[in-house]
Write a protein that binds this ligand. Sequence first.
Ligand code: GDP
Ligand code: GDP
Ligand code: MG
Length: 321
Amino acid sequence: MIIVLVIVLVLLAIVAFFLLRGRSSAPSGAPAPRRGAAPAGDGIGGKVRNLFAGGATADAWTELEDLLIRADVGPKGAEDLVTRVKSRVSSGGDAAQALREEVEAVLGGDVDLNISDGELSVVMVVGVNGSGKTTTIGKLAKRLVDSGLSVTLAGSDTFRAAAGEQLDIWADRSGAHIVKQTRGADPASVAFDGVKSAQARGSDVLIVDTAGRLHTRTPLMDELEKVKRVLAKAAGRDPQEVLLVLDASTGQNGISQARAFTDAVGVTGVALTKLDGTAKGGIVLAVREELGVPVKLVGTGEGAGDLELFDAKAFAERMIG
Ligand code: GDP
Ligand code: GDP
Ligand code: MG
């Protein structure tokens, strides 16, 4: 009898051993968590929770600040955020959730493009070479035309070889009208023609492409100021938007470049491009805090449809997770 009982127990132990082993080895056959497939800017929420797993220690706060700086938030923005989250979490609470809410608060509400009804709206687009100006203009033109507006493009980047052809392709793709002159022409003159042509055709929006090289005969900022002045004179009012196109992958470098533009031509909004190519969404906060201008558009690829209106809440959720 005892022998039978021992045999049964041994059998049960063997069965249990294989069952447990089977269960623990099962995940190795299942797909691994898809961390690499997370959207750009995703995922510091998990890290934040880990930091605070052992409580809100001084080390955890220091590491949170480092984490934010590494995500391109910028030193000042990172310090401010930590101070704000700290004051909320001291009374107990989830640091990651507090951080998400504070990020959203810093970004403020969403700000739409300033395009008025019934009158020509002028959008001047500035930024360094390669930041994505011409591509963003093409995508924006497509979005506006698709929404029922008529759009004229002005090729005031008369400096770069093939800039006009690139804009031609986008005019074609979007259904916008285009005004340009030969390479080397005065950018302000193209801008002037752009306004007159857009007015004559009854366009709703004129989008003005500009050059981005930093060093040539005429300093770039002087040239852009002149383009803006001529646009204002021809249209009878200041451009509705001066959009700065900023490559998200340039990080803090991009912020200091951007400051030169905000100082010279009074930028009203930022189009942040190539957010598909970087995991560091923090630059959106740096733009807001250090330049004092809202991000209005986000570029997420090279295709005509890869342009989104900036959504602060969705952004905060994606950044913190
Ligand atoms: P510009 O010199 O400022 O006019 O820049 P371009 O519009 O010519 O763009 C420079 C390069 O960046 C081109 O190869 C574009 O296709 C690419 N580009 C622009 N915007 C985006 C974006 O949002 N995502 C990605 N991945 N590439 C982009
Ligand atoms: P200023 O440079 O500040 O003295 O401003 P202007 O009024 O002289 O114009 C500056 C630029 O705007 C000129 O160099 C032209 O490129 C352009 N512009 C002004 N008026 C006209 C115009 O009637 N036709 C064209 N095509 N361009 C103009
Ligand atoms: Mg260009």
